[in-house]
Design a protein around this ligand. Structure first.
Ligand code: PMP
Length: 463
């Protein structure tokens, strides 16, 4: 497939008008729309075309949703088939052939040990609702309310809904250190840093005076996405599995972003070989349409009927699109492809850092890639044994790079604790040629942003 070159900016009244009306009518809380002033009108694979006629390579992929890119033929065909069959599109949580096929396909991809003994709960269609369900489930099964979560974690936005409905609001979360190589909180980095993080977790749980009551569950992301693309070391994942198992704490793997081949294995927990008690799944499992589920060990299935209700838990089109996506990723070895192509892209980006001291760190797993931009001239902020000192993050440079990427026809996302991590989440169907184009455009954008005067002007305090 030919790589699309960015077309010259065309004056487009429709494009300008839509953006102007959006700014006037939509909420101040809108997010992506602020930094990406694009009006998508057509999309195929990795390419989005705007109302102004410009074309972009999309490395945001609906925040990691579009495993097969936009409008993949197998996804469109699956959707059309349901529509043409006359099947109902809305059925609450009733059984249908479409749902049955989706569940069968999903279970075929799960770690065997879990699949052989799993239950599935269809949730409201956002990842955050499935996270709520996982908490409710594990609390009901354990009779405990406390939760364990990690620094830098992102699991969704729905904390208040239950409280406003008069539900239990006494959930306390103990925050534990997530291992970070580049900015290790213990000044160690690498295996040693991960080892200290695991030791601290174990110590807190066993110290009768730690102030941490016995928790219902521990929730973790195998690779933190929004937190800045931090892959959890496999050894640390296994330690978390042992620690939770030994203390009868349910382990919830939030694979909302890491699932469906993204990190180089079908599910990211496969890298470490652990089998969690609960998996939270959304984004790519709906094949670009909204769908969220939890799958869990059947022994945990102790919550009562209606414990996690919701009107939109039966989206037939999403189930059909999702089943087609899961099957396509499995049959075409797209997880392995993500692993090899991602490693190649990471190596090329790491090579760039030789000429760009503002690239502090390049990290990731498969096609979940992060480039942390720093201000190399400023006083170091963190010291790690492996990397020496880490300069402070440079969010202004990252924002400038994002805009320069856009000018070059490349959509990237920012993330990380200081919004200084340029994130790449391309579709798993990305060609070699497109991967090269992504890195070339990003390198070019970085050069331009580094040269530009607005970098320092806009910088302000970076810590
Ligand atoms: N968990 C993880 C790991 C996520 O990345 C996200 C979304 N970025 C969520 C949960 C929440 O999903 P949603 O936005 O669909 O509620």
């Amino acid at each position: 497939m030919a790589v699309t070159e960015p077309a010259p900016v065309a004056a487009s009244p429709a494009h300008e008008g839509i953006l102007r009306r959006q700014a006037l009518r939509e909420s101040a809380a809108r997010t992506y729309a602020r930094s990406l002033p694009i009006v998508p009108v057509r999309a195929r694979g990795m390419t989005i075309e705007g109302a102004d006629g410009r074309r972009y390579l999309d490395c945001l992929s609906g925040a990691g949703t579009l495993a097969l890119g936009h409008n993949h033929p197998v996804v469109l065909e699956a959707i059309r088939k349901v529509i043409d069959s006359g099947a109902p599109l809305h059925v609450l949580d009733l059984a249908t052939p479409v749902k049955d096929a989706f569940t069968t396909e999903l279970f075929a991809t799960l770690p065997r040990e879990l699949a052989d003994n799993a239950r599935i709960q269809f949730c409201g269609p956002a990842g955050t609702d499935a996270v709520e369900a996982a908490f409710k489930l594990t609390r009901a099964a354990s009779g405990r309310s406390e939760l364990l979560a990690f620094t830098g974690a992102y699991h969704g936005m729905t904390a208040g809904a239950l409280a406003a409905s008069g539900g239990a609001t006494d959930v306390r979360v103990t925050r534990l250190p997530f291992p970070q190589n580049y900015r290790c909180p213990f000044g160690a980095g690498g295996e040693r840093g991960a080892d200290i993080a695991a030791h601290w977790t174990e110590y807190l749980l066993d110290d009768p005076r730690s102030g941490v009551p016995a928790p219902a569950a521990m929730i973790l992301e195998p690779v933190q996405g929004e937190g800045g693309v931090n892959p959890a070391p496999d050894g640390w994942m296994r330690r978390m599995r042992e620690i939770t198992q030994e203390r009868s704490i349910a382990l919830i793997a939030d694979e909302v972003q890491t699932g469906v081949g993204r990190t180089g294995t079908f599910w990211a927990v496969e890298h470490s070989g652990i089998v969690p008690d609960v998996m939270v799944l959304s984004k790519a499992i709906g094949g670009s349409l909204p769908l969220a589920v939890i799958v869990y060990r059947s022994e945990l299935d102790l919550w009562p009927p209606g414990a996690h209700a919701g009107t939109f838990r039966g989206n037939q089109l999403a189930m059909a699109a999702g089943a087609a996506t899961l099957a396509y990723v499995r049959e075409n070895g797209l997880a392995e492809r993500a692993g090899t192509l991602g490693a190649r892209m990471i190596a090329r980006l790491q090579a760039l850092s030789a000429d760009h001291p503002s690239i502090g760190d390049v990290r990731g797993r498969g096609l979940m890639i992060g480039i942390e931009l720093v201000d190399p001239g400023a006083e170091p902020l963190d010291v790690t044994a492996e990397n020496g000192s880490a300069p402070p993050p440079d969010p202004a440079l990252a924002a400038a790079v994002q805009q320069e990427c856009l000018h070059r026809g490349l959509i990237v996302e920012l993330g990380g604790r200081h919004s200084a991590v340029v994130r790449l989440l391309p579709p798993l169907t990305l060609t070699d040629e497109q991967a090269t184009a992504v890195v070339d455009r990003l390198a070019d954008a970085l050069r331009a942003a580094e040269r530009s005067s607005y970098r320092r002007a806009a910088a302000g305090p970076t810590r």
